[in-house]
Design a protein. Structure first.
Length: 277
């Protein structure tokens, strides 16, 4: 089980493993381009080769890629819907060039759409995303904090989405964000065992492929996406001790998405908890 954080590509994609190594990462996560949109530069063969070489040099054992924020696989706006399909497919191919294990994506918002229609929309979206796909990177659904009509804030709904798209083996499971789940009603601090039972019942522990380990700036069940440093928020150290033990037992990598420079200490804390087990 590896520990790391999200790394900026501001200096260039092939320079990011060096930054990860300097921060103490064993695993790392990146965007392959601006998550907000704009022109996307191609990843050259040379850049991909350099990136892979730098991973070895700095001892980075696993790479994960985050899809852009503007994705919405339940939009009734065709431009947004088909643009989201294209963005996920392009990022799967870019992640494959870099040797990334998984690409995680949020699913967007269903608006006034009924769940049955949303399930149909997302199923169709996955079919289009994976049509003819031959890359090595697999896709994960990331849970949301549950603001408004966002999709994927509860384990039951995520389980339905996965079941509905089960024929697509490149949809491998979920990336579980601890802050998002805490904000959407899963109390890792005061009800850990209940959370795990719900997770296993609707999604299956075997389908949890990655953790985003973030503490919560906001109260339990707030439905707000506000990350803070490990042990500094409402989940607290006791919750993270249990989460790290669970991740270690099930060999699930952990990525912090907290701000620099405090993320250095977050990585250190998680390693200390792991090494005490």
């Amino acid at each position: 089980m590896n520990i790391g954080c999200h790394i900026s590509i501001a200096k260039g994609i092939d320079k990011s493993p060096e930054t990860a190594g300097e921060l103490g990462c064993e695993a790392m996560q990146i965007f392959t381009h601006s998550p907000s949109g704009g022109q996307i530069a191609e990843i050259s063969d040379e850049t991909a080769k350099n990136f892979r070489a730098e991973l070895k040099k700095y001892g980075i054992k696993a790479v994960y890629v985050h899809a852009p924020y503007y994705v919405n696989l339940a939009s009734k706006n065709n431009r947004i819907y088909h643009g989201s399909i294209s963005a996920i497919r392009k990022n799967l191919e870019r992640a494959s060039l870099l040797g990334a294990k998984y690409l995680m994506t949020h699913l967007g918002s269903s608006g006034e759409m009924e769940e049955k229609e949303m399930l149909g929309k997302t199923k169709e979206g996955f079919e289009k995303i994976f049509e003819g796909y031959k890359g090595s990177t697999k896709l994960l659904i990331e849970n949301s904090a549950g603001a408004g009509k966002t999709i994927g804030s509860d384990f039951k709904q995520i389980g339905l989405i996965l079941k509905n798209a089960k024929k697509h083996t490149d949809l491998a499971g979920i990336c579980l964000d601890t802050q998002h789940s805490f904000a959407s009603g899963y109390n890792w601090s005061g009800g850990f065992n209940d959370c795990v039972k719900e997770l296993d019942k609707y999604i299956g522990i075997k389908n949890v492929k990655l953790f985003h380990l973030n503490d919560s700036m906001t109260e339990f069940n707030s439905h707000k996406d506000r990350h803070t440093h490990i042990g500094k928020g409402k989940i607290g150290m006791k919750g993270f001790e249990k989460l790290v033990a669970f991740a270690q037992k099930n060999n699930i990598d952990m990525i912090c998405e907290t701000a620099y420079p405090g993320v250095i200490n977050d990585i250190k804390i998680l390693k200390e908890i792991r090494n005490e087990k």
